[in-house]
Design a protein. Structure first.
Length: 408
């Protein structure tokens, strides 16, 4: 009897492992018409959103720290009146590009709208520990523990299910498209190519795939899949002759500021098209940079750092270096294409506004918040302090004040 019971259990385990598989994206038969799918030109603009004021926002990576800083920025934009008080600056946000931890607020705002974001995002994301919840979901549930033994189902797939069930409630890119602007671009990293991979229908055209039925939570999981801690997220490439997949990891590895798409759109994409059509009078870039500066413990001992420390510190140094380069490039482009120092009187006025904890005036507070770890779980008091800091940084920004003077 025991032998038969054990055999039945073994068969059940093998069956669960064999059946466990991540949800695949769907093929899109060619040709791929531009009027279909999640593209900027296919999104309706609310009556309060005008092309004359074009606002592009980027949310960087940085775990919950990034989410809290982004929340504080959205909160401040939502209470900043323009046009004689008839609308707010948030009404004019057209594009949000985000990576890693910044993908959570960007996606939530896009899927559920401003009021739900302001009312719910704290409790649904910021004051939880999603890392530990994913761990317990995989270890305390025997069914899930067996599933992650499958070669076709991993920790990031489990995290995507958690995000779907408890944060994004089953919403897909079709739902995101129905919401209209802002155009939310979540960025991941193509592991094989080492290049940025953005979740737009234009990018999925290259896979011969539809983005519409892809769960938003799965895109967020891919954008925030930090190597080692989480596993790559796979998507089918239907253009290949043989069975082929792209494997995506944390978008912060190649574009932690989430600025890559915005810069591309500015130089030769949708933003450039609107500018050249003469529709844009004021062009705004708001860069939310949740960088941190962990205490330098590496030089305090002769012992070689452990593998995790080497990976974390090495990646952070490389990521911050690329972010600085991107920020300088954006400011330079603004200067040469209609900014305050430009002679281009025919182009739009360009404003670049940076929200960076390194600009906090109080030294003790600045160093404390810059040392907040990149993690999926922070104490509520730290979350609240980061939210407050974001609003203060905007209020103290000369560039932000110049923008408001122009719009008012």
């Amino acid at each position: 009897m025991r032998r038969s019971t054990g055999l039945a259990l073994g068969i059940a385990v093998v069956a669960v492992v064999g059946c466990a598989h991540f949800p695949e994206n769907h093929a899109l038969p060619p040709p791929y018409p531009a009027r279909m799918g999640y593209r900027f030109d296919n999104l309706r603009a609310d009556v309060a959103n005008t092309d004359s004021v074009l606002v592009c926002v980027s949310f960087s990576g940085g775990g919950v720290r990034a989410g809290a800083l982004a929340y504080g920025v959205v909160q401040r934009l939502a209470t900043t009146p323009i046009a004689g008080g008839r609308k707010t600056l948030l009404d004019e946000v057209d594009i949000i590009s985000a990576a890693s931890g910044g993908a959570f607020p960007a996606a939530y705002l896009g899927v559920f709208g401003v009021q739900a974001f302001l009312d719910e995002f704290r409790e649904r994301v910021l004051v939880r520990d999603l890392g530990m919840e994913t761990l317990w979901r995989g270890t305390l549930c025997p069914y899930n523990f067996v599933r992650i033994c499958s070669p076709w189902f991993n920790r990031s797939d489990l995290a995507a299910e958690l995000y779907t069930d408890t944060i994004f409630r089953g919403r897909t890119y079709a739902d995101l498209q129905r919401r209209g602007r802002p155009f939310v671009v979540l960025n991941a990293t193509d592991l094989a190519q080492g290049t940025r991979f953005e979740f737009t229908q234009d990018r999925f055209d290259a896979l011969g795939s539809s983005l519409s039925r892809v769960p938003v939570a799965r895109a967020v999981a891919a954008s925030s899949a930090f190597p080692v801690l989480l596993t790559p997220v796979a998507f089918r490439d239907f253009t290949a002759d043989a069975l082929r997949y792209v494997h995506l990891v944390d978008g912060g590895l190649v574009d932690n500021l989430g600025l890559g798409y915005v810069l591309e759109a500015y130089r030769r994409g949708v933003v450039r098209g609107l500018v050249e059509a003469g529709k844009v009078e004021t062009l705004v870039f708001i860069v939310v940079n949740a960088r941190n500066r962990p205490p330098d413990e590496m030089g305090g001992s002769a012992r070689a750092p452990g593998a995790i420390d080497v990976l974390s510190w090495g990646l952070s140094a490389a990521i911050d270096g690329r972010a600085d380069d991107q920020g300088e490039l954006l400011i330079d482009l603004a200067r040469r294409n209609g900014g305050a120092a430009s002679d281009n009187v025919n182009g739009p006025r360009v404003h670049v506004i940076e929200v960076d904890l390194a600009d906090l005036p109080d030294l003790e507070r600045r160093e404390r918040l810059l040392s907040v770890a990149t993690t999926f779980g922070l104490k509520p008091a730290v979350v609240e302090e980061l939210i407050a800091a974001a609003g203060e940084l905007l209020d103290r920004s000369d560039a932000f004040e110049r923008l408001l003077d122009e719009l008012r």
